[in-house]
Design a protein around this ligand. Structure first.
Ligand code: 5GP
Ligand code: MN
Length: 324
């Protein structure tokens, strides 16, 4: 089976998820992936608010990064839990693997809603549809099925997930359907200009860091690959989320990779175009993701070793795609 194919039973399964969530009396835990992005936070906060509007006992276990912390109120997110109570339901959102779910153990009745082609379809109900631009787009359908009345408070995080995963409607996943959904959400009172402006805010330290990161930019394979990394003495890891989004626009490049050394290894963020699959590269490195945007963590390696592995994996994919 092609992991990137749409889910043929999408509506049937989503209806089942809505029925289960409406029927359960026990607590519902909502969690998302480690290093949460706009889609992770937006889809999970949107569903949390919708379930609260239904009067459900719901918990949103999350640690939003600084640039997204303006979206929730502090009392809306809960600390990590080690054990779920008996009878709990867990909704894992935007999480490509059970091991990427953060803050909760993957146990109880597990509902997996995601759009990563590499998702192994874990859980008791897995709605995994890589044809969706964002998990937030799937949560939009789920909230409709739950019959919750739309408000700006629910629509704003959901639209945030769609905005961030489509690069503000610039990426190839921006279908007419995505724009229709976005238009509908906007109609519920989302303040778009304020939201997109706020999503780009970064602290002064970020801009100083950008200078250091850009001084590491390097070109490989005649400029087909562009790389950069977080210098080890730079600090401020929290602000380094979207540098790959900057270097991917080097003219003539078809792959970009940003590397960050962490305690457990080196985290790589990969973006691609022109028939090259970031997903294939990530899979070779033990990670996963989408065809144009994927990632992996190279455990136990230092930066130099990680660069070596990345260059090998990219070369292999460039050969497959006919560039080398
Ligand atoms: P980013 O580079 O922004 O961290 O991630 C790009 C995409 O790949 C995101 O959709 C993210 O969820 C996914 N991704 C990043 N790292 C990993 C990983 O280690 N494993 C898997 N399966 N997916 C990843
Ligand atoms: Mn996503």
């Amino acid at each position: 089976m092609d992991g990137n194919a749409p889910d043929p039973k999408y509506w049937e399964k989503m209806r089942l998820v809505a029925e289960v969530l409406k029927a359960v009396e026990g607590p519902i835990y909502i969690a998302t992936h480690v290093d949460p992005d706009g889609d992770a936070i937006g889809s999970s906060l949107g569903l949390y608010r919708a379930l609260k509007a239904l009067g459900k006992e719901a918990y949103w276990v999350a640690d939003p990064p600084r640039f997204l912390r303006f979206l929730p109120k502090e009392e809306e997110y809960s600390d990590p839990v080690e054990k779920l109570p008996v009878g709990a339901t867990l909704v894992a959102l935007d999480s490509a693997e059970p091991s990427r779910v953060v803050g909760v153990p993957v146990e109880g009745f597990v509902i997996n809603i995601d759009h990563h082609g590499t998702n192994p379809r874990f859980g008791h109900i897995a709605v995994v549809d890589p044809s969706k631009a964002a998990t937030a787009q799937m949560v939009k359908d789920l909230i409709d099925l739950l019959g919750v009345e739309w408000t700006a408070e629910i629509a704003t995080p959901v639209l945030t997930g769609i905005l961030t995963d489509t690069g503000n409607f610039r990426f190839a996943n921006t279908t007419p359907e995505v724009l229709r959904v976005a238009a509908e959400l906007l109609g519920y009172g989302v303040k778009l200009a304020e939201l997109t402006d706020r999503l780009q805010f970064r602290p002064p330290s970020y801009f100083r860091l950008m200078g250091k990161v850009l001084s590491t930019v390097a070109f490989h394979f005649g400029g087909l690959l562009v790389t950069a990394h977080l210098p080890e003495d730079a600090g401020a890891e929290e602000d380094s989320d979207d540098f790959v989004g900057l270097i991917r626009y080097v003219e003539g490049s078809v792959v970009s990779v940003f590397l960050r050394k962490r305690e457990e290894g080196v985290k790589v963020s990969i973006r691609s175009r022109g028939g090259v699959s970031a997903q294939n590269i990530a899979l070779k490195l033990g990670g996963g993701g989408h065809v144009p945007a994927a990632g992996a963590t190279l455990k136990g390696l230092d930066l130099d070793q990680a660069y070596e592995r990345v260059l090998e994996a990219v070369a292999e994919e460039l050969r497959r795609a006919g560039y080398l």
